[in-house]
Each structure stands twice: as C-alpha cells, then as structure tokens.
Design a protein around this ligand. Sequence first.
Ligand code: AP5
Ligand code: MG
Ligand code: ZN
Length: 214
Amino acid sequence: MRFILLGAPGAGKGTQAVEIKQKYNIPHISTGDIFRSNIKNQTELGKKAEGYLNSGELVPDELTIELVKDRLKQEDVKNGFLLDGFPRTIPQAEALDEFLKELGIKSDRVINIDVDKKVLIERITGRRVCKNCKASFHIAFNPPKVDSVCDYCGGELVTRADDNEEAVRNRIGVYESQTAPLIDYYNKQSLVLTIDGNKSPKEVTEEILKGLDK
Ligand code: AP5
Ligand code: MG
Ligand code: ZN
C-alpha cells in the first residue's frame, strides 16, 4: 500500500506512522527525519537544510523533491510506502503524482490527521524524540516507561531543535498557507481519509486502521 500522512506540526504523524508501518509492513519515509539525520552528519544536503528547519521554514521544493524521488527508487519501497511530511506544497504533490505515474503506480490513501490548533503547541513543546530510532514521546500525554529512555530501542530522548515556541508558531503558519491546500488537492482525487486526531494516540490509531481497512 502507498499512503501519505498529512497533518499540522504536532498532529501525530510520526506517532501514528509507527503503528501503520507495522501493520502494513511498509517503510516509513519522513522527510523531516531525513533532513535531521543529514544535519547531524553535516552532509551537503544537511548544510543547505539546517537554517530552514531551525526557523520552521520549508526546505526549497527542488531539494526536497529530488530527495524523495531518490528514496522512492530504493528496493524496500517495492511493497509500498508511508510518506510522512511529504508532500507539503502543491508543486511537491504534483511532482509526486508525476513521478508515480512514470512508475505506473499511484497513491492509495491520504491520511489527514486533524487536530485543534491550540493543542498543537502543547504537544510539540512537551515532545521528546529518540536520538536513535526517532520515536516520539510526550512528557505528559505519552510518557516513556523510563524517564528519558526510548521504550522501543532504549535510546536517549532529546528535544528537537525546532521545538521551541517561536519556530512552532512559524511552522503552524507555514502549514496553514502551504500544506493545508493539499487536503483539497487530494479530495479531488477522492483519496482523503480525515481522522479526528484530538483523541488519545490509541484511539487515533484504531480509527486510522479501521478507515484504511474499508
Ligand atoms: P517534520 O519533521 O515533518 O515536522 P512537522 O511537520 O512539524 O511535524 P512534527 O514532526 O512536528 O509532528 P508530528 O505530526 O510528526 O507529531 P508527533 O507524532 O511527533 O518537519 C520538520 C521540518 O523539516 C519542517 O519544518 C521543514 O523545515 C522540513 N521539511 C520536512 N519535510 C519537508 C518538505 N516536504 N518540504 C520542505 N521542507 C520539509 O507528535 C507530537 C507530540 O504529540 C509528541 O510529543 C507525541 O508524543 C504527542 N502526541 C502524538 N499524538 C498524540 C495524541 N493523540 N494525544 C496526545 N499527544 C499526542
Ligand atoms: Mg514528525
Ligand atoms: Zn528509540
């Protein structure tokens, strides 16, 4: 299956991705995670992307589209994929459609996780992510079993560089102006499954898996 996760910063895309990728046995491709690992390793791409991520702006389309196309050419994508954080602009969505068309395939479903704006900032400022496997936790809403330790791999939990209130507000604004129009874009292709993301992580997972089964 080929799925796209859509949703504002902090909506729970990364959290839900863990469950979806397990159920469908498909790779989770998060452009944010790919950029962050390039920044950590100070690659050419990482150096170009760093300023954008830290301020909450989008990395330019040309760079992002090339990155995703390269990733989608890899062997493990043959059975499908779960895109998280891509596409994020109309030109990115058009480029993805075109690329998949060249391969003779198309996206099966767009999972739109809808969360009230006031909840997003609370979620993001309390987030802790695993340095190793990138899993997301929350100090109050989804705490790890052991303080600062990842439940899945034992890795150290840290705060993301762009999880400060200023960058978060910017990210939410960028989402509203550039990414939210994708809901309409994919509605025209009848692909959108909208899920109420205000519920508990477990309830959200159940709704998504039920919706995808239909
Ligand atoms: P990216 O890494 O994609 O960040 P984002 O879109 O801002 O989304 P987040 O990862 O912050 O949120 P999430 O929805 O994954 O939430 P999570 O599950 O962690 O992108 C970062 C940057 O990279 C961008 O700003 C841009 O610069 C660049 N970039 C990436 N893709 C790009 C692209 N395509 N084009 C250009 N630039 C790009 O959950 C959040 C918190 O809430 C956690 O603490 C979690 O435990 C908690 N939580 C989750 N679900 C629930 C729930 N149901 N109830 C209570 N708490 C919950
Ligand atoms: Mg994420
Ligand atoms: Zn981990």
